[in-house]
Design a protein. Sequence first.
Length: 354
Amino acid sequence: MLTVHIPEHEYQIIIQRGALKKVGAWVKSLWSQEKIALITDTNVAPLYANEVVANLKAAGFDVCLKVVPAGEESKSLRQASELYDFLADEGFTRSDGVIALGGGVMGDLAAYVASTYMRGIHFLQIPTTLLAQVDSSIGGKTAVNTQKAKNLVGTFTQPEGVLIDPEVLKTLELRRVREGIAEILKCGAIADAHLWQRLLELQDEEDLLTHAEEIITLALEVKRHVVEEDVLDQGSRLTLNFGHTIGHAIENTAGYGVVSHGEGVAIGMIAISRHAEKIGLTPAGTTAELTAMIEKFHLPTRYENWDKERLFTAITHDKKTRGQQIKIILLTKIGEAKIVSVPITTLLDFLEEE
């Protein structure tokens, strides 16, 4: 278990195999609310929704289940509006709560809706993908996409608790496991040489899942530290964006869902490090280390439909841009990163193919 210490708000992250079977007791330890909206998607609902609903009802809660279409397209203002109507129709008030059950799309969408419905109601996260478990469910970022950019509309609102059960990863397809691994690799690369070493010792994706509790905990220690230090993403927390500036642009230009978030981040980490190495901002050999690790877990290092101009246009709509400047994250060595502010036009150089 980890505890996230935020000013005027503290919450715990449970990381335990079999924890989902105890979800009712967990929620009861946190909430006295009578009504809960369990929001999930069409992929996760057949696997876990009935079990979670039954467990919550056994603990005395009135549960309303809402299943939305799986996929990145549901992370939209249109779907958020449908969820507002659902909560209103079911009579939800500010004393009631929302639980997000699913991957990053469900976590971001349900949390965004909970943080804005009636100016904010209670919410909890139960992430069911490795990516959500090590990244999006922690730290209080909620968002939906628009046609212009990923995560363009959102809030900073912390959950009241996060429940992570590595057992649910057994039903996750391998591609989704890998995209979570990309974020774990990022955590090691930017801030934890020990985590990087543990990853070097693992053989493959299956080996990582065998050690899931340990690896997830190490990755979350990195995220917890930077979130506590910089809640609103204005300073050191930006290091978590390593690989994301280019990665988000790849996701956007490919069409959401064609290139997964983790795949985009993997390619982005390589692309930005390769140019930084060429101009002396990252030590020689760093890109080769990154590439070897990424390839070991069968993540991509290149994007075949690379279009420098289209990627640059997508980046200029990214929320990390500040006027004519953008802050990029570069490695000073494996296990340590720095934030560098550069003119937005400089990114054209980073977008040159090798």
